[in-house]
Design a protein around this ligand. Structure first.
Ligand code: CAO
Length: 473
């Protein structure tokens, strides 16, 4: 009997299990958490405003590094209000002037799409205006000498108490450390950031490069820092400080050289031309002439016309994957299989001879003919383009990388447009402002001072003289 009951209970339990199984729903996947975002726009691409619409920048920058940064932000749609000292303004307005009584190209090419207000920040009324600017804007960008902003009375603590949402972004020459108080210009940064010691030929002087990696390079870094700080503010509600030291910015761009410094501890840098020439390496990364930083042997070679044209040259890289095509092209098919030339390690000690042979071929053609013939075979080469050729290049005009801008006092001039292309935030390059051109409209429309208050501010001399009639377009 007991056995019968146990059997029955077992059968019941089994039936229950089957029932449960039948009832059981498939395991639920955890729901995908989609990022919260506004509805997807149905407006045509490029017709739904700009990336940084609504962001106001208090632009306290001058010379090159800071203005590069705020120009980029302005191109992406931020309202950039450039605060300049009455009478003089940004010192570059008068530097390297080519047209008398007109803002220099130095200034106009770095300050597009901005508004200018003149303000003596060291006067009482000037500080009243600045306070309202701080309370109204999202970001303050400056590249004064170390301590200058504090001396003006605009300490981080004060700014943060006036507007805790404000991002305060600075370019300085050096970060905290022994040199933090130093004033720094472009070439100082190139030297201190490791660029100069690694640029030039191994038996020559250190060289600075024409690319403004200290100024414009650091401005570019700062712009990224600002956009990140604004993104974080969306979550935290508070602003923060952003610092880009020019030494750090240059070093970041010289990253491959710090890589080579460490490789040097494990033996000579075999892809450097000096290895093939049998020149011993010292303790520090040497200047590598025109060697490529990526490890693929590359040099600058003469092209047809080099005797008279200083830019009739081409950068040629003997990339391993296209070596056989190069051999065919230059008429050395035997090198494809010859043990002295077939493999990259065998070629390293023979690079001078190999490039000499390639140059005998490039010298029979213009740099553009070399470019066309090589690219047809996927062999990467770089024609040395002069600034004249770049200025006249139709494809750069078509993409807005080179733009013609009209200016009321200097007329038409060429500038470099926004090199960063967004499909839904199209850059329109607008001329730089005249000194103090927007003082009135900023005081009244942006900062909402009454006409009585504006009259008082002006009478105090805080904004300097009103711009002349020709200043308004
Ligand atoms: N109203 C009143 N005073 C103003 C003003 C205004 N609107 N704008 C600037 N000033 C004052 C500053 O407060 C400062 O006064 P103090 O010296 O009394 O504090 C003064 O003008 C000079 O400013 P500065 O020291 O920044 O300018 P400088 O020409 O002597 O130095 C530079 C220029 C670039 C070397 C320095 O600003 C610097 O090292 N900046 C950081 C690094 C940098 O950006 N370098 C790149 C420059 S581009 O090659």
């Amino acid at each position: 009997m007991a056995k019968k009951i146990a059997k029955k209970a077992k059968a019941k339990a089994a039936a229950k299990r089957t029932k449960v199984k039948a009832k059981a729903k498939p395991a639920k996947r955890p729901a995908l958490k989609l990022a919260k975002a506004p509805r997807v726009s149905s407006k045509p691409w490029g017709k739904d405003g700009k990336a940084l619409d609504g962001i106001k920048i208090l632009d306290f920058t001058h010379v090159q590094s800071g203005p590069t940064c705020t120009q980029l932000l302005a191109w992406f749609g931020a309202d950039v209000i450039k605060v300049e000292r009455p009478g003089q303004g940004d010192i570059t307005r008068g530097q390297l002037q080519d047209v008398p009584n007109a803002d220099s190209l130095y200034f106009t090419m770095l300050n597009h799409n901005k508004r200018s207000i003149t303000l003596d920040s060291k006067s009482k009324q000037g500080m009243t205006v600045l306070e309202r600017l701080v309370k109204t804007c999202d970001v303050l960008v400056e590249n004064f000498a170390p301590g200058a902003l504090d001396r003006m009375g605009l300490t981080w603590e004060r700014i943060h108490s006036w507007n805790p949402r404000m991002v305060v972004a600075s370019v300085k020459g050096f970060g905290p450390g022994p040199y933090e108080e130093c004033k720094v210009y472009e070439n100082v940064a190139q030297c201190a950031g490791g660029s100069a010691s690694t640029t030039g030929f191994h038996d020559g002087l250190p060289l600075v490069t024409g690319a403004q990696i200290g100024d414009s390079g650091t401005g570019l870094h700062l712009a990224l820092g600002i956009v990140c700080a604004l993104m974080q503010r969306n979550r935290t509600g508070r602003g923060q400080r952003v610092l880009c030291a020019m030494q750090d910015g240059v070093l970041n761009l010289c990253r491959v050289k710090l890589r080579d410094q460490q490789r040097l501890a494990h033996g000579p840098l075999k892809e450097y031309t000096q290895f093939g020439q049998g020149i011993p390496f010292g303790e520090a990364v040497p200047r590598a002439g025109n060697d490529s930083g990526g490890g693929q042997p590359g040099v600058i070679l003469k092209c047809k016309g080099w005797e008279t044209d200083p830019n009739a040259y081409i950068y040629f890289i003997t990339q391993a994957p296209v070596w056989e095509k190069i051999c065919e092209l230059i008429g050395e098919p035997g090198w494809k299989t010859h043990p002295d030339y077939a493999k990259p390690p065998a070629r390293l000690p023979r690079l001078t001879e190999i490039f000499g042979r390639i140059e005998r071929w490039t010298m029979t053609k213009t740099k553009f003919e070399v470019m066309n013939e090589c690219n047809a075979l996927d062999i990467p080469v770089g024609p040395i383009l002069s600034m004249k050729e770049i200025a006249e290049e139709p494809s750069l005009r078509a993409t807005g990388t080179v733009v013609e801008v009209d200016h009321p006092t200097r007329g038409k001039y060429l500038s470099v447009g926004n090199p960063i292309k967004l499909t839904d935030s199209i850059t329109e390059v607008k001329r730089s402002p005249l000194l103090g051109e927007h003082t009135d409209e900023i005081l009244s429309r942006v900062l909402k001072f009454t006409s009585r208050e504006i009259a008082d501010i002006k009478a105090s001399g805080a904004t300097g003289e009103a711009p002349k009639a020709q200043a308004a377009e």
